[in-house]
Design a protein. Structure first.
Lengths: 486, 485
């Protein structure tokens, strides 16, 4: 039998169910490997001891009907976890221990999973490189000076480095799909309303959505099945009949119509990406799908729209971190002084930048020109998608305009950083599901991803398309374990 | 309609224009967006959920009961119910505002234009309602317990409020008094707000401006924030209107600003000018979907609406032949009207109305009691009235019986029996009694017969006295007249 850590989530689950591997063995393997991988800086908080205890508890009274029986899993530090420090990688929540559990993580535990620890991310999920974290940047296991992407960078890095069999992230403008693309892993952002936002530290409420990050498509289907649920504690949660994504997974996509949006062929796009996209089309044709050229005319407005809507909501969502009730506080001469000192010291530069942008676009005199206009454009972007989905079943695009960049390369150039999200952001604005799958390597040998965008609540369809492409692509990356210390 | 509340200055008459923003706490077991209880007077910070305290990742979930209460109130205000409304965030920082924003309704409120009819001494007057919207209350900052720190109690944080905005249709402190009482009466009938001003369930921001009598343009207004009693509202208006008139008379102009009323000094003080006004950065709350409901839903709520004060008043006037004045007094409080209806079930309407608005109100007033805890039940008051009506006791004796009843809701029939207070109506007995009075007062009889007719009252009084007040006064009159001929 191969190494435990080399098994996919689904393989691990079946090995545990067949009693070939115990929860303790699985958990120990990941704990050991995680302990040797501190160089990547993936964990904000390790719960290894508790995890091992829970694994033993599971083994002494196993329930193999669970979907994730005794499976250890590390999660993004944006999900509130009961009695375990939850920081959103921010100084302002550095001492925050929730007394409650997010619905999504609760769903994982209810189905037998065990928490390994909390994974690093960009501060309040604001960033595309995991360099804005108060706890320092995360390094990609792909290469020692590469960013893993962001904001779910710790999740992507831990997953790619096999420190967890699978993980969960959140995606507001690409925070699952972009790091998945950078690290050669699979990342799915579900339809807005599929996974409950209850207990997830909010960034931009109308865009935030939790999703699975896994080593293959089948694992994503399985993990989504566990994560997604209707939740009356989240008013934007949607009560629809959730399919058995993993059971219904199929490689039969014959006759599916796949749209190729011409607006995604952006200026200066590299030949590598161009070729990746072409290959993707070819694979789809090989699977019996039909390729159709489409137009999403408002695509070029998506990024500016996103960078109005998301900061506006964030500026309001982050007002609660004021030093009054919980979290970090710097004493001041009076209330206003305390606010200013606390928030100046508690938030990092990127978060402050977005709070200021958000405050500006909502201010009287600017509201109509920015926020209101952005809402109108958002509607047009949504309409673009509704129109093309009359003709096609899904859309194929690159996940990112390039492969992973170097640590520090873009940290002083926010606009170039924001441009990373150009292919992922429209999907959030429209509330649609999107999946990024590893599709090849660039000249430097770094992974590149393709994105499949689906209709609302049509996750099964994009999972099926991704599943059949995965076979044809047969992505391989030779992971050199350069970061490990013995 | 004529308006007699005018401010006279140097021979010029100024009219006062008032609009109110009333904040009425929704009568509800739990808060607007969380399941925490809303019990008044609980230990600080014991009625607080993670949502109310704005913990990370917590989300608001609308309490449907509060929506229903707002719709009911809208119906009670004859207002347009909006099938689609939107919750917005009003952003500002304060220690007792945990989210850093208040969830409110800005451009699209749940209730639109409506009206309220006021009964004034000079007749009735219709006051326009601009809108009613739902919003969260903030917590409470307490500055006077700890010398160095402000303490915060979040029990009130997230409690549902209805903000009822009137048009600038009010013209005097008295109209404000009647308007507030009418709103309170309607909401109490509906069970949507208890209207308890001591507990802060009803408070108001008062907008005041003045203009010369006859002008059709409004003056610049000032807003007096958060006034929590009718008396203070009236004092604040009076002070503020006079302040504005003084400024205008000195050739100055009014600055639009927010002011505070100092109840101790009886004056308003500037809080912030228009330039310093907060920029609340309103935007639709992305955590909540637009609030939408069908016409059928509104119709189903309409079926639950009880008879409201105006309708009840009309019915009392028509059915019981009460004067508008009497009817108004009886309907203005739901419990009073219930008490009245219970009494008249078996008793004379006119007598019941008189006894309730007279003796009973005086008693309640004296003992500082609500009618719901009246020491005399409607059932026993009804019996007392029947004893008067059928001549068993006189009105005067009834007052004595009433006093005895007040001590523990005794049955008046038992009191009359025990104390032998039954009216003396036997003509033969009365004749004997009157003859005795005449015999003992021959000198007065002479005077009377020589033309001093005023003395008739003296004989009646003597007869009543001798009978211990029990003699039937009507019969005493008749017999006396006969005997003194």
């Amino acid at each position: 039998m191969s190494n435990i850590i080399d098994l996919s989530l689904s393989e691990l689950v079946s090995n545990i169910k067949n009693k070939k591997i115990s929860s303790n063995e699985a958990t120990s393997a990941y704990v050991e490997r995680s302990k040797k991988s501190k160089n990547l800086n993936t964990y904000n908080e390790e719960t290894f001891e508790t995890a091992l205890k829970k694994a033993n508890e599971f083994d002494s009274k196993p329930d193999f009907n669970k979907k994730l029986p005794g499976v250890p899993i590390a999660v993004k530090d944006l999900f509130c976890t009961k009695n375990i420090k939850t920081t959103a990688s921010s100084k302002i929540l550095n001492n925050f221990i929730p007394t409650y559990e997010s619905t999504v993580t609760q769903n994982l535990w209810n189905d037998g999973s065990i928490l390994l620890g909390k994974l690093n991310c960009d501060e309040f999920a604001m960033g595309s490189s995991n360099e804005t974290s108060y706890f320092g940047n995360v390094t990609s296991p792909i290469d020692k000076d590469l960013v893993p992407g962001g904001s779910s960078g710790g999740s992507a890095s831990a997953l790619a480095a096999k420190l967890t069999p699978a993980t969960i992230g959140t995606d507001t403008g690409g925070s699952i799909r972009q790091p998945a693309s950078f690290t050669g892993t699979v990342g799915l952002k579900p339809t807005y309303g599929s996974c409950s936002r209850y207990g997830i530290v909010a960034f931009a409420s109308s865009l935030d959505q939790a999703g699975p990050m896994t080593r293959n498509v089948k694992d994503s289907a399985l993990l989504l099945e566990v994560m997604s649920s209707f939740d009356n504690k989240d008013s934007t949660s949607v009560d629809f009949k959730r399919p058995m994504y993993s059971k219904d997974l199929s490689k039969d996509i014959k006759g599916k119509k796949i749209g190729i949006p011409k607006e995604y062929r952006v200026d200066g796009m590299s030949e590598e990406i161009e070729k990746l996209w072409e290959d993707g089309k070819k694979y789809l044709k090989d699977c019996g799908a039909e390729i159709i050229d489409i137009s999403l005319p408002h695509t070029k407005f998506a990024l500016p729209t996103y960078y109005i809507v998301a900061p506006a909501e964030a500026s309001s969502n982050l007002a609660r971190y004021d030093g009054v009730k919980y979290g970090f506080r710097t004493e001041g001469d009076n209330l206003i002084d305390m606010y200013e000192k606390t928030r100046s010291a508690g938030f990092g530069d990127e978060v402050k930048r977005r709070i200021m942008i958000g405050t500006y676009v909502l201010s009287s005199g600017y509201y109509d020109a920015y926020y209101l206009k952005a809402q109108k454009v958002r509607r047009l972007i949504k309409n673009d998608f509704s129109n093309v989905f009359q003709k096609v079943d899904a859309i194929l695009t690159p996940s990112t305009p390039s492969s992973a960049f170097k640590i520090g390369e873009k940290s002083n150039d926010p606009v170039s950083m924001y441009l990373n999200d150009i292919f992922t952001v429209p999907v959030n604005l429209a509330g649609l599901p999107g999946i990024s799958i590893p599709a090849g390597l660039d000249k430097k040998g770094y992974p590149l991803g393709l994105q499949i965008i689906g209709k609302s609540f049509d996750e099964q369809n994009i999972l099926n398309i991704a599943y059949s492409m995965e076979d044809k692509i047969n992505f391989k990356f030779n992971l050199k374990e350069w970061w490990m210390n013995e | 309609m004529s308006n007699d509340y005018l401010i006279d200055r140097n021979g010029k008459k100024y009219e006062v224009v008032i609009g109110l923003e009333v904040h009425a706490q929704v009568l509800s077991e739990s808060k607007l967006f969380s399941t925490s209880p809303t019990k008044f007077g609980s230990e600080p910070n014991t009625q607080v959920s993670l949502v109310d305290a704005a913990f990370p990742g917590m989300l608001p979930v609308i309490n449907e009961f509060c929506i229903k209460q707002a719709i009911k109130t809208g119906i009670g205000l004859n207002a347009k119910i909006n099938n689609k409304s939107i919750f917005d965030r009003k952003n500002y920082f304060y220690a007792d505002l945990p989210q850093g924003y208040q969830i409110s309704q800005y451009k699209d409120p749940i209730v639109g234009e409506g009206s309220v009819v006021l009964d004034l001494a000079s007749g009735s007057k219709t006051v326009g309602i601009e809108r009613l919207h739902l919003e969260q209350d903030a917590g409470k900052s307490i500055h006077d317990i700890d010398p160095k720190n402000t303490l915060v109690d979040l029990n009130r944080s997230g409690v549902a409020l209805m903000e009822i905005v009137s048009k600038p249709d009010l013209r005097s402190p008295e109209e404000v008094n009647v308007y507030i009482k009418k709103l309170r009466s309607i909401m109490r009938y509906l069970g949507t707000c208890d209207g308890n001003m001591q507990e802060g369930s009803l408070r108001a921001d008062v907008n005041v401006s003045v203009r010369k009598q006859g002008d059709d343009k409004y003056g610049t207004r000032c807003e007096i924030k958060n006034v929590n009693s009718i008396k203070f509202m009236q004092m604040a208006i009076e002070h503020e209107a006079n302040r504005q008139v003084d400024i205008l008379e000195e050739g100055g102009k009014i600055d639009q600003e927010t002011r505070l009323f100092d109840t101790k000094k009886n004056e308003t003080r500037s809080m912030r000018s228009k330039e310093d006004a907060h920029d609340y950065r309103y935007f639709p709350d992305p955590d909540l979907l637009p609030l939408e409901f069908s016409n059928e839903y509104v119709e189903s709520i309409k079926k639950e609406i009880p008879e409201l004060p105006d309708q009840k008043k009309s019915r009392f006037i028509e059915k019981f032949n009460l004067s508008p004045y009497e009817a108004n007094i009886l309907v203005s409080d739901l419990d009073t009207s219930k008490y009245f209806e219970a009494v008249i079930e078996n008793s004379d309407v006119k007598l019941s109305s008189n006894w309730i608005t007279g003796e009973l109100f005086a008693l309640l007033n004296e003992k500082n009691l609500e009618i719901t805890s009246s020491p005399i039940s409607a059932k026993n008051l009804s019996k007392l009235i029947n004893l008067i009506k059928d001549g068993t006791i006189s009105g005067k004796i009834a007052k004595t019986v009433f006093e005895m009843m007040a001590e523990g809701d005794k049955n008046p029939i038992d009191i009359v029996k025990e104390k032998g207070l039954k009216q003396q109506s036997d003509p033969k007995e009365l004749e004997k009694l009157i003859e005795k009075v005449i015999n003992e007062n021959q000198d007065k009889v002479k005077e009377y017969k020589s033309g001093k007719e005023k003395l008739f009252g003296f004989f009646v009084g003597q007869a009543m006295k001798v009978s211990g007040g029990k003699a039937n006064p009507q019969l005493v009159n008749e017999i006396l007249k006969m005997k003194l001929k």
